[in-house]
Design a protein around this ligand. Structure first.
Ligand SMILES: *[C@@H]1O[C@H](CO)[C@@H](O)[C@H](O)[C@H]1NC(C)=O
Ligand SMILES: *[C@@H]1O[C@H](CO)[C@@H](O)[C@H](O)[C@H]1NC(C)=O
Ligand SMILES: *[C@@H]1O[C@H](CO)[C@@H](O)[C@H](O)[C@H]1NC(C)=O
Ligand SMILES: *[C@@H]1O[C@H](CO)[C@@H](O)[C@H](O)[C@H]1NC(C)=O
Ligand SMILES: *[C@@H]1O[C@H](CO)[C@@H](O)[C@H](O)[C@H]1NC(C)=O
Length: 379
Protein backbone atom coordinates (compact mmCIF):
# COMPACT_ATOMS: atom_id res chain seq x y z
CA UNK A 1 0.00 0.00 0.00
CA UNK A 2 2.93 2.31 0.53
CA UNK A 3 3.95 2.65 -3.07
CA UNK A 4 0.71 4.15 -4.35
CA UNK A 5 0.76 6.63 -1.45
CA UNK A 6 4.24 7.75 -2.35
CA UNK A 7 3.56 8.35 -5.98
CA UNK A 8 0.96 11.10 -5.49
CA UNK A 9 3.11 12.61 -2.75
CA UNK A 10 6.11 12.60 -5.01
CA UNK A 11 4.18 13.98 -7.94
CA UNK A 12 2.70 16.80 -5.88
CA UNK A 13 6.20 17.74 -4.75
CA UNK A 14 7.26 17.57 -8.32
CA UNK A 15 4.33 19.79 -9.35
CA UNK A 16 5.17 22.29 -6.64
CA UNK A 17 8.79 22.43 -7.76
CA UNK A 18 7.62 22.90 -11.31
CA UNK A 19 5.26 25.71 -10.27
CA UNK A 20 8.03 27.41 -8.35
CA UNK A 21 10.26 27.12 -11.35
CA UNK A 22 7.63 28.69 -13.58
CA UNK A 23 6.93 31.40 -11.04
CA UNK A 24 10.61 32.15 -10.78
CA UNK A 25 10.87 32.20 -14.57
CA UNK A 26 8.02 34.66 -14.92
CA UNK A 27 9.54 36.96 -12.31
CA UNK A 28 12.93 36.72 -13.96
CA UNK A 29 11.54 37.83 -17.32
CA UNK A 30 10.19 41.02 -15.73
CA UNK A 31 13.03 41.61 -13.33
CA UNK A 32 14.24 45.13 -13.35
CA UNK A 33 17.90 45.58 -14.21
CA UNK A 34 19.82 47.28 -11.43
CA UNK A 35 20.64 50.47 -13.28
CA UNK A 36 17.03 50.86 -14.40
CA UNK A 37 15.73 50.47 -10.85
CA UNK A 38 18.22 52.97 -9.46
CA UNK A 39 17.49 55.50 -12.23
CA UNK A 40 13.78 55.32 -11.42
CA UNK A 41 14.41 55.66 -7.69
CA UNK A 42 16.61 58.70 -8.29
CA UNK A 43 13.91 60.13 -10.53
CA UNK A 44 11.30 59.69 -7.82
CA UNK A 45 13.61 61.35 -5.28
CA UNK A 46 14.15 64.36 -7.55
CA UNK A 47 10.45 65.00 -8.15
CA UNK A 48 8.28 67.18 -5.95
CA UNK A 49 4.76 65.75 -5.89
CA UNK A 50 1.76 65.69 -3.59
CA UNK A 51 1.55 62.31 -1.90
CA UNK A 52 -2.21 62.45 -1.49
CA UNK A 53 -2.72 63.13 -5.21
CA UNK A 54 -0.19 60.65 -6.55
CA UNK A 55 -1.41 57.21 -7.58
CA UNK A 56 1.80 55.84 -9.08
CA UNK A 57 5.01 57.41 -7.72
CA UNK A 58 3.76 57.17 -4.18
CA UNK A 59 3.69 53.36 -4.49
CA UNK A 60 7.19 52.96 -5.88
CA UNK A 61 8.97 50.96 -3.19
CA UNK A 62 12.64 50.07 -3.25
CA UNK A 63 12.36 46.38 -2.38
CA UNK A 64 9.75 45.66 -5.03
CA UNK A 65 10.89 44.90 -8.58
CA UNK A 66 10.54 48.16 -10.52
CA UNK A 67 8.90 46.35 -13.41
CA UNK A 68 5.94 45.80 -11.10
CA UNK A 69 5.60 49.49 -10.19
CA UNK A 70 2.56 51.46 -11.31
CA UNK A 71 3.23 53.39 -14.49
CA UNK A 72 6.30 51.33 -15.42
CA UNK A 73 6.46 48.92 -18.36
CA UNK A 74 9.45 46.66 -18.97
CA UNK A 75 10.86 44.43 -21.60
CA UNK A 76 13.64 42.06 -20.54
CA UNK A 77 14.14 44.05 -17.36
CA UNK A 78 14.54 47.30 -19.25
CA UNK A 79 12.13 50.16 -18.75
CA UNK A 80 10.40 50.75 -22.08
CA UNK A 81 7.32 52.62 -20.90
CA UNK A 82 6.81 55.27 -18.24
CA UNK A 83 3.45 56.88 -17.51
CA UNK A 84 3.67 59.61 -14.89
CA UNK A 85 0.66 61.55 -16.13
CA UNK A 86 -1.43 63.43 -13.57
CA UNK A 87 1.02 62.80 -10.74
CA UNK A 88 0.88 66.40 -9.38
CA UNK A 89 4.60 66.86 -10.08
CA UNK A 90 5.32 70.52 -9.40
CA UNK A 91 9.02 71.21 -9.80
CA UNK A 92 11.21 71.81 -12.79
CA UNK A 93 12.52 68.78 -14.69
CA UNK A 94 16.27 69.11 -14.42
CA UNK A 95 18.40 68.41 -17.50
CA UNK A 96 20.54 66.14 -15.35
CA UNK A 97 17.50 64.13 -14.27
CA UNK A 98 17.99 60.38 -14.24
CA UNK A 99 14.91 60.24 -16.50
CA UNK A 100 17.27 60.89 -19.39
CA UNK A 101 19.30 57.79 -18.55
CA UNK A 102 16.32 55.55 -19.37
CA UNK A 103 17.53 55.07 -22.94
CA UNK A 104 15.23 52.12 -23.66
CA UNK A 105 12.10 54.19 -23.20
CA UNK A 106 9.68 53.90 -26.10
CA UNK A 107 6.63 55.47 -24.46
CA UNK A 108 6.78 58.42 -22.09
CA UNK A 109 3.79 60.28 -20.67
CA UNK A 110 4.33 63.26 -18.37
CA UNK A 111 1.00 64.93 -19.22
CA UNK A 112 -1.08 66.77 -16.67
CA UNK A 113 1.71 67.83 -14.32
CA UNK A 114 3.09 71.24 -13.44
CA UNK A 115 6.73 71.55 -14.38
CA UNK A 116 6.59 75.12 -13.16
CA UNK A 117 6.62 76.90 -16.55
CA UNK A 118 10.13 75.66 -17.25
CA UNK A 119 11.40 74.97 -20.76
CA UNK A 120 11.30 71.45 -22.13
CA UNK A 121 14.84 70.19 -21.36
CA UNK A 122 16.91 69.59 -24.48
CA UNK A 123 18.10 66.35 -22.89
CA UNK A 124 14.95 64.65 -24.20
CA UNK A 125 17.06 63.99 -27.29
CA UNK A 126 18.84 61.26 -25.32
CA UNK A 127 15.67 59.20 -25.40
CA UNK A 128 16.34 58.11 -28.96
CA UNK A 129 14.05 55.09 -28.77
CA UNK A 130 10.91 57.11 -28.06
CA UNK A 131 7.98 56.47 -30.36
CA UNK A 132 5.36 58.07 -28.07
CA UNK A 133 5.97 61.33 -26.21
CA UNK A 134 3.16 63.04 -24.33
CA UNK A 135 3.90 66.33 -22.60
CA UNK A 136 0.40 67.75 -22.90
CA UNK A 137 -0.61 70.24 -20.25
CA UNK A 138 2.51 69.44 -18.29
CA UNK A 139 3.29 73.05 -17.40
CA UNK A 140 6.19 73.40 -19.80
CA UNK A 141 6.55 76.85 -21.39
CA UNK A 142 8.63 78.79 -23.88
CA UNK A 143 10.28 77.71 -27.11
CA UNK A 144 10.18 74.00 -27.95
CA UNK A 145 13.84 72.98 -28.29
CA UNK A 146 15.32 71.81 -31.58
CA UNK A 147 16.42 68.57 -29.90
CA UNK A 148 12.83 67.27 -30.08
CA UNK A 149 13.37 67.11 -33.85
CA UNK A 150 16.09 64.50 -33.31
CA UNK A 151 13.59 61.97 -31.93
CA UNK A 152 13.12 60.60 -35.40
CA UNK A 153 11.31 57.45 -34.26
CA UNK A 154 8.35 59.42 -32.89
CA UNK A 155 4.98 58.13 -34.03
CA UNK A 156 2.89 60.16 -31.58
CA UNK A 157 3.82 63.59 -30.29
CA UNK A 158 1.48 65.44 -27.95
CA UNK A 159 2.66 68.87 -26.84
CA UNK A 160 -0.81 70.38 -26.58
CA UNK A 161 -1.04 73.03 -23.97
CA UNK A 162 -4.57 74.19 -23.53
CA UNK A 163 -4.80 75.38 -19.95
CA UNK A 164 -1.65 77.34 -19.28
CA UNK A 165 -1.19 81.09 -19.09
CA UNK A 166 2.41 80.85 -20.19
CA UNK A 167 2.41 79.31 -23.66
CA UNK A 168 4.68 76.90 -25.43
CA UNK A 169 6.12 78.55 -28.51
CA UNK A 170 7.32 77.39 -31.92
CA UNK A 171 9.20 80.27 -33.45
CA UNK A 172 12.92 79.66 -33.61
CA UNK A 173 13.38 76.88 -34.55
CA UNK A 174 10.23 77.16 -36.58
CA UNK A 175 7.67 74.47 -37.34
CA UNK A 176 9.35 73.43 -40.59
CA UNK A 177 12.67 72.78 -38.85
CA UNK A 178 11.06 71.08 -35.90
CA UNK A 179 9.14 68.49 -37.90
CA UNK A 180 11.61 68.18 -40.78
CA UNK A 181 12.94 64.77 -39.74
CA UNK A 182 9.90 63.39 -37.92
CA UNK A 183 8.85 61.36 -40.94
CA UNK A 184 7.37 58.49 -38.89
CA UNK A 185 4.88 60.77 -37.16
CA UNK A 186 1.25 59.63 -37.33
CA UNK A 187 -0.29 61.80 -34.63
CA UNK A 188 0.61 65.42 -33.94
CA UNK A 189 -1.11 67.42 -31.20
CA UNK A 190 0.00 71.03 -30.80
CA UNK A 191 -3.25 72.60 -29.59
CA UNK A 192 -2.65 75.91 -27.82
CA UNK A 193 1.01 76.17 -28.87
CA UNK A 194 1.88 79.60 -30.30
CA UNK A 195 3.17 78.83 -33.77
CA UNK A 196 4.86 81.66 -35.66
CA UNK A 197 4.29 81.16 -39.36
CA UNK A 198 3.44 83.44 -42.25
CA UNK A 199 0.40 82.64 -44.37
CA UNK A 200 0.31 78.98 -45.28
CA UNK A 201 3.92 78.24 -44.27
CA UNK A 202 2.60 75.88 -41.60
CA UNK A 203 0.82 73.75 -44.21
CA UNK A 204 3.97 73.49 -46.32
CA UNK A 205 6.01 72.56 -43.25
CA UNK A 206 3.70 69.65 -42.44
CA UNK A 207 2.99 68.47 -45.96
CA UNK A 208 6.64 68.27 -46.94
CA UNK A 209 7.72 66.28 -43.88
CA UNK A 210 4.99 64.13 -42.38
CA UNK A 211 3.76 61.71 -45.07
CA UNK A 212 2.29 59.25 -42.54
CA UNK A 213 0.25 61.78 -40.56
CA UNK A 214 -3.23 60.60 -39.53
CA UNK A 215 -4.13 63.00 -36.75
CA UNK A 216 -3.48 66.72 -37.08
CA UNK A 217 -4.63 68.63 -34.04
CA UNK A 218 -3.61 72.28 -34.06
CA UNK A 219 -6.41 74.24 -32.43
CA UNK A 220 -5.67 77.79 -31.27
CA UNK A 221 -2.14 77.81 -32.69
CA UNK A 222 -2.36 81.36 -34.18
CA UNK A 223 -2.37 79.83 -37.66
CA UNK A 224 -3.45 81.86 -40.68
CA UNK A 225 -4.58 81.08 -44.19
CA UNK A 226 -4.85 80.41 -47.00
CA UNK A 227 -5.39 76.67 -46.53
CA UNK A 228 -2.88 75.43 -49.08
CA UNK A 229 -3.77 72.41 -51.21
CA UNK A 230 -0.40 70.79 -50.46
CA UNK A 231 -2.16 69.55 -47.31
CA UNK A 232 -3.65 66.91 -49.58
CA UNK A 233 -0.18 65.32 -49.79
CA UNK A 234 -0.98 63.99 -46.33
CA UNK A 235 -3.39 61.49 -47.79
CA UNK A 236 -3.76 59.37 -44.66
CA UNK A 237 -5.22 62.23 -42.66
CA UNK A 238 -8.23 61.02 -40.74
CA UNK A 239 -8.67 63.70 -38.09
CA UNK A 240 -8.14 67.41 -38.78
CA UNK A 241 -8.77 69.76 -35.89
CA UNK A 242 -7.99 73.42 -36.53
CA UNK A 243 -10.44 75.25 -34.23
CA UNK A 244 -9.77 78.79 -33.10
CA UNK A 245 -7.26 79.79 -35.76
CA UNK A 246 -7.82 82.79 -37.99
CA UNK A 247 -8.04 81.72 -41.60
CA UNK A 248 -10.14 84.73 -42.74
CA UNK A 249 -10.99 82.95 -45.97
CA UNK A 250 -12.86 80.09 -47.58
CA UNK A 251 -12.59 76.32 -47.04
CA UNK A 252 -11.14 74.97 -50.28
CA UNK A 253 -12.94 72.13 -52.03
CA UNK A 254 -9.86 69.86 -51.88
CA UNK A 255 -10.93 68.82 -48.39
CA UNK A 256 -13.48 66.59 -50.15
CA UNK A 257 -10.57 64.64 -51.68
CA UNK A 258 -9.20 63.20 -48.44
CA UNK A 259 -10.03 59.50 -48.76
CA UNK A 260 -9.77 58.69 -45.08
CA UNK A 261 -11.15 61.82 -43.43
CA UNK A 262 -13.45 61.01 -40.53
CA UNK A 263 -13.40 64.23 -38.54
CA UNK A 264 -13.05 67.85 -39.65
CA UNK A 265 -13.25 70.68 -37.18
CA UNK A 266 -13.04 74.36 -38.06
CA UNK A 267 -14.83 75.94 -35.14
CA UNK A 268 -14.35 79.73 -34.84
CA UNK A 269 -11.84 80.11 -37.66
CA UNK A 270 -13.12 83.29 -39.29
CA UNK A 271 -14.16 81.30 -42.35
CA UNK A 272 -15.85 83.13 -45.21
CA UNK A 273 -17.34 82.29 -48.58
CA UNK A 274 -19.40 79.28 -49.54
CA UNK A 275 -18.69 75.95 -47.88
CA UNK A 276 -18.15 73.26 -50.56
CA UNK A 277 -21.12 70.89 -50.35
CA UNK A 278 -18.98 68.02 -51.65
CA UNK A 279 -17.38 67.82 -48.23
CA UNK A 280 -20.74 66.81 -46.69
CA UNK A 281 -20.84 63.90 -49.09
CA UNK A 282 -17.47 62.41 -48.15
CA UNK A 283 -18.35 58.77 -47.47
CA UNK A 284 -15.94 58.49 -44.53
CA UNK A 285 -16.86 61.72 -42.72
CA UNK A 286 -18.44 61.21 -39.31
CA UNK A 287 -17.91 64.51 -37.58
CA UNK A 288 -18.04 68.04 -39.00
CA UNK A 289 -17.87 71.17 -36.88
CA UNK A 290 -18.19 74.52 -38.63
CA UNK A 291 -19.76 76.42 -35.75
CA UNK A 292 -19.01 80.04 -34.90
CA UNK A 293 -18.09 81.15 -38.40
CA UNK A 294 -20.78 83.79 -38.93
CA UNK A 295 -19.56 84.73 -42.40
CA UNK A 296 -19.51 81.17 -43.68
CA UNK A 297 -22.31 80.49 -46.15
CA UNK A 298 -23.68 77.29 -47.55
CA UNK A 299 -26.61 74.91 -47.56
CA UNK A 300 -27.19 71.30 -46.78
CA UNK A 301 -27.02 69.13 -49.88
CA UNK A 302 -28.86 65.86 -50.48
CA UNK A 303 -27.22 63.11 -48.48
CA UNK A 304 -26.28 59.80 -50.10
CA UNK A 305 -27.74 56.51 -48.79
CA UNK A 306 -25.72 55.16 -45.88
CA UNK A 307 -24.27 58.58 -45.14
CA UNK A 308 -21.79 58.22 -42.29
CA UNK A 309 -22.22 61.64 -40.59
CA UNK A 310 -22.75 61.29 -36.86
CA UNK A 311 -22.21 64.83 -35.61
CA UNK A 312 -22.86 68.04 -37.45
CA UNK A 313 -22.48 71.46 -35.90
CA UNK A 314 -23.52 74.54 -37.90
CA UNK A 315 -24.22 76.74 -34.89
CA UNK A 316 -23.67 80.46 -35.58
CA UNK A 317 -22.98 80.20 -39.26
CA UNK A 318 -24.56 81.80 -42.30
CA UNK A 319 -25.96 78.51 -43.62
CA UNK A 320 -29.28 78.93 -45.40
CA UNK A 321 -31.94 76.84 -47.15
CA UNK A 322 -33.91 73.93 -45.80
CA UNK A 323 -33.20 70.54 -44.29
CA UNK A 324 -33.14 68.09 -47.18
CA UNK A 325 -35.42 65.06 -46.77
CA UNK A 326 -32.41 62.88 -47.46
CA UNK A 327 -31.12 63.80 -44.04
CA UNK A 328 -32.99 60.62 -43.19
CA UNK A 329 -30.19 58.76 -44.99
CA UNK A 330 -27.89 59.65 -42.15
CA UNK A 331 -28.72 56.63 -40.03
CA UNK A 332 -25.82 57.30 -37.68
CA UNK A 333 -26.64 60.95 -37.00
CA UNK A 334 -26.72 61.70 -33.29
CA UNK A 335 -26.07 65.45 -33.16
CA UNK A 336 -27.44 68.07 -35.48
CA UNK A 337 -26.94 71.57 -34.19
CA UNK A 338 -28.43 74.37 -36.29
CA UNK A 339 -29.04 76.79 -33.45
CA UNK A 340 -28.31 80.44 -34.09
CA UNK A 341 -28.14 79.66 -37.76
CA UNK A 342 -30.23 82.63 -38.71
CA UNK A 343 -30.71 82.02 -42.39
CA UNK A 344 -31.86 78.40 -42.14
CA UNK A 345 -35.49 78.01 -43.08
CA UNK A 346 -36.70 76.61 -39.83
CA UNK A 347 -40.38 76.65 -40.78
CA UNK A 348 -43.05 74.20 -39.66
CA UNK A 349 -42.63 72.39 -42.97
CA UNK A 350 -39.36 71.11 -41.57
CA UNK A 351 -41.06 69.19 -38.84
CA UNK A 352 -42.10 66.25 -40.94
CA UNK A 353 -38.46 65.68 -41.83
CA UNK A 354 -37.36 65.95 -38.23
CA UNK A 355 -40.25 63.85 -37.05
CA UNK A 356 -39.40 61.06 -39.47
CA UNK A 357 -35.85 61.30 -38.41
CA UNK A 358 -36.74 61.08 -34.73
CA UNK A 359 -38.63 57.89 -35.36
CA UNK A 360 -35.40 55.96 -35.71
CA UNK A 361 -32.83 57.94 -33.78
CA UNK A 362 -34.01 57.92 -30.20
CA UNK A 363 -30.79 59.21 -28.81
CA UNK A 364 -30.45 62.05 -31.29
CA UNK A 365 -29.86 65.57 -30.10
CA UNK A 366 -31.20 68.36 -32.21
CA UNK A 367 -30.75 71.98 -31.36
CA UNK A 368 -32.81 74.46 -33.31
CA UNK A 369 -33.13 77.27 -30.86
CA UNK A 370 -35.63 79.05 -33.05
CA UNK A 371 -38.26 76.58 -31.98
CA UNK A 372 -40.29 76.53 -28.82
CA UNK A 373 -40.10 73.42 -26.76
CA UNK A 374 -43.85 72.93 -26.99
CA UNK A 375 -43.39 72.42 -30.70
CA UNK A 376 -41.13 69.39 -30.35
CA UNK A 377 -42.61 66.45 -32.19
CA UNK A 378 -44.07 63.63 -30.17
CA UNK A 379 -42.57 60.21 -30.58
C1 LIG B 1 8.79 77.38 -9.42
O1 LIG B 1 9.50 78.47 -9.93
C2 LIG B 1 9.58 79.58 -9.08
C3 LIG B 1 10.22 80.76 -9.80
O2 LIG B 1 11.26 80.30 -10.61
C4 LIG B 1 10.34 79.20 -7.81
O3 LIG B 1 10.39 80.28 -6.91
C5 LIG B 1 9.61 78.02 -7.15
O4 LIG B 1 10.34 77.56 -6.03
C6 LIG B 1 9.45 76.88 -8.14
N1 LIG B 1 8.61 75.82 -7.53
C7 LIG B 1 9.04 74.57 -7.36
C8 LIG B 1 8.08 73.62 -6.74
O5 LIG B 1 10.15 74.22 -7.70
C1 LIG C 1 17.25 51.49 -27.97
O1 LIG C 1 16.80 50.15 -27.88
C2 LIG C 1 17.70 49.20 -28.41
C3 LIG C 1 17.06 47.83 -28.28
O2 LIG C 1 15.71 47.90 -28.52
C4 LIG C 1 19.01 49.25 -27.64
O3 LIG C 1 19.94 48.37 -28.23
C5 LIG C 1 19.57 50.65 -27.66
O4 LIG C 1 20.70 50.72 -26.83
C6 LIG C 1 18.52 51.64 -27.17
N1 LIG C 1 19.01 53.00 -27.29
C7 LIG C 1 19.54 53.65 -26.29
C8 LIG C 1 19.94 55.07 -26.56
O5 LIG C 1 19.67 53.17 -25.19
C1 LIG D 1 -1.70 62.43 -23.36
O1 LIG D 1 -1.99 62.18 -22.02
C2 LIG D 1 -3.23 62.71 -21.58
C3 LIG D 1 -3.35 62.44 -20.10
O2 LIG D 1 -3.04 61.12 -19.80
C4 LIG D 1 -4.35 62.06 -22.39
O3 LIG D 1 -5.58 62.61 -22.02
C5 LIG D 1 -4.11 62.29 -23.87
O4 LIG D 1 -5.09 61.61 -24.62
C6 LIG D 1 -2.73 61.77 -24.24
N1 LIG D 1 -2.46 62.06 -25.65
C7 LIG D 1 -2.26 61.10 -26.55
C8 LIG D 1 -1.99 61.52 -27.93
O5 LIG D 1 -2.28 59.91 -26.26
C1 LIG E 1 17.51 66.29 -40.55
O1 LIG E 1 18.33 65.27 -41.09
C2 LIG E 1 19.29 65.71 -42.03
C3 LIG E 1 19.98 64.50 -42.58
O2 LIG E 1 20.34 63.59 -41.56
C4 LIG E 1 20.27 66.67 -41.34
O3 LIG E 1 21.22 67.16 -42.26
C5 LIG E 1 19.46 67.84 -40.75
O4 LIG E 1 20.33 68.69 -40.04
C6 LIG E 1 18.37 67.33 -39.84
N1 LIG E 1 17.52 68.45 -39.43
C7 LIG E 1 17.32 68.77 -38.15
C8 LIG E 1 16.42 69.91 -37.89
O5 LIG E 1 17.85 68.17 -37.23
C1 LIG F 1 -25.68 50.25 -46.73
O1 LIG F 1 -25.22 49.53 -45.59
C2 LIG F 1 -25.72 48.20 -45.56
C3 LIG F 1 -25.31 47.57 -44.23
O2 LIG F 1 -24.16 48.16 -43.71
C4 LIG F 1 -25.19 47.44 -46.76
O3 LIG F 1 -25.70 46.12 -46.74
C5 LIG F 1 -25.65 48.14 -48.03
O4 LIG F 1 -25.07 47.50 -49.16
C6 LIG F 1 -25.21 49.60 -48.01
N1 LIG F 1 -25.78 50.29 -49.18
C7 LIG F 1 -25.11 51.17 -49.89
C8 LIG F 1 -25.87 51.83 -51.01
O5 LIG F 1 -23.94 51.45 -49.68
Amino acid sequence: MQLPMRTPLFSSFFMMALCLLFFRASVVSGECLGDQQSSLLQLKKSLVFTTSLSTKLVHWIEDVDCCLWDGVTCNDGRVTGLDLSDESISNELDGSSSLFRLGYLQKLNLAGNDFNYSQIPYQFEKLKNLSYLNLSNAGFAGQIPIEISRLTGLVTLDLSNTNSFVPLVIESPNLATLVQNLSELMELYLDGVHVSAQGSEWVLALSSSLPKLRVLSMSRCHLSGPLDSSLLTLRFLSIIRLDGNDFSGPVPEFFADFQKLTSLSFKACGLTGKFPEKIFQLPTLRKLDLSSNVLLEGFLPEFPPNGSLENLWLTQTGFSGTLPHSIGNLKMLSTLDLSDCNSMDQSQAQWQTLHNWFMWTWQATISLDQFHHSAWPRI
